[in-house]
Ligand binder design. Sequence first.
Ligand code: G6P
Length: 607
Amino acid sequence: MCGIIGYCGPRNATQILVEGLKRLEYRGYDSAGIAVGLNGSLKVIKTKGKIKELRQKIPGDMISSYGIGHTRWATHGVVNDINAHPHTDCSGNLAIVHNGIIENYESLKNMLESEGHIFHTDTDSEIIAHLIEKYFNDDLEKAVKEALPLLKGTYGIVCIHAKDPGRIVGARNGSPLVVGIGKDEMFLASDVTAIIAHTKKAVYLEDGEVVFIKPEDFITTDINDKKITKEIEQITWELQEIEKDGFPCFMEKEIMEQPESIKRAMSGRIDKELATAHLGGLNLSTKELINLERVKIIAAGTSFYAGMVGAYLLEAIPRIPAIPELASEVRYKNPIIEKNTLYFAVSQSGETIDTLFAMKELQRKGATVLGICNVVGSSIARDSDGGVYIHSGPEIAVASTKAFTSQITVFYLFSLLLARMRDLSFSAGEKLITDLISIPLKVENVLSRWQQLKEMAIKYAHYKDFLFLGRGVNYPVALEGALKLKEISYIHAEGYSSAEIKHGPIALINEETPSVFLVPDDELREKIISNIKEVKARKGKVIAISVEGDEEIKDIVDDVFEIPATHELFYPFIMVVPLQLFAYYCALELGRNVDQPRNLAKSVTVE
Ligand code: G6P
């Protein structure tokens, strides 16, 4: 949730840290700070607010060769200057930044206070600084290793000490840390976006590892000081992918990128000759795939709704029972692992703690869990038993858009693969492929008519409550449409199966509560039209996302956005894009910060 950056080398650390924090701001953004080594001591500058406020507080001549920085999303302690990271020890010589939660901080704080340590903040993180101080004897790395076993909870910690200058120590347990290797300079960050302007060479730390870096090299060990040799990996993202590239914000850029990102998710994975799909990283034999009896999908947020679409497809195409479950619920419900069951953990970031820990719980009980992730080298991607990258490129806006359409692309491919091993004919496989390949153009068609959605948003943005209604494979799309609207515009919105409105939501309908209906040209269309009439009869305003050529609907509803026709199972792609744009333009109309909506974070690494 929070972002971390550390630097040591010949360039000005202050500048590198602030630029890195700017790139990490999407992860957490209520306060920020840096600590740099300056003339034998540390200078700490921190503030509540955004990086631009931090920048204003930093003197232009503050030049240093090492330092650490942090952008915070508050968990313990209110948002103010004092609770912002870095935190220092009593001497002011040691500074730490921390992502995660220290669960036993109260007992550690009592112990440290009784030993004379004075605390200044309400955070759990400050105890880390004092605990390391307790063990510090001119060797920061040694002190960190002595302190770590006492911490319970999750952490990515990075620290520096004025008496051990020019070096940085990092430790990971549940919160990601990556070492960036430059020429005579080193970086340490929570996320590669902070460092790709400087280097493409990265080393990803695993849980239980500690790294000690200086400008010319780094050493990784476990907490018992046993040396660990790490592989240097190449970062595949390009700098331009994490820039707005002429768009006013990342969310618009990412919505508009979807024709390309969907193509990337299917690229090299379609086999036209055999009318099937190839997914290289599944690590499952043909026999295992054929013997599958069940699929379960765990995820959170938008990824969960993509998982719901995926489950629908798996039941509809290869006819395999599939169940989507919220990762946060799976983790604590003592899940039952059945034989011949395959699990998918779906996560854009690959770091969502609920999904990661649910996956570990399932694996501990012997389940096979595959990841569907975007971020290469992320925790879920590394710790899963195999998986498929969606290759969306970096998603920076907090509200997820392009990841959703890429995640469902992978589910179409996996469904096709399984179906062709079972009872889907060659020609039916070919037809699915043709429909899938035609999707990017259809998405482009929808995107090209953004103006119409903008006008609709201007007309409706001032309503306080919305319903989003869809059925079948489009039911999760209705949930996602409602989620997008509430996330970025703060308008209250509920998603439902339109069949369910009679069981409650219809009580909300009046002139002040518009409904957005998803109306494909499938066998449920007539039933949806009946639901629309029920809403209209109660004076509810209705926006319909309907298929080109559906003239009847225009006479019934208040506003229509037409989408191109497709195979009935492929509507989620084309239905979700107008909902993303509608939410986006509503948020703009209301003057919201679209990329960084209040209280939210891109990757939720705390429970
Ligand atoms: C946060 C983000 C959402 C995202 C969810 C799951 O809530 O704000 O946009 O859908 O986490 O994230 P993941 O990275 O696991 O897909």
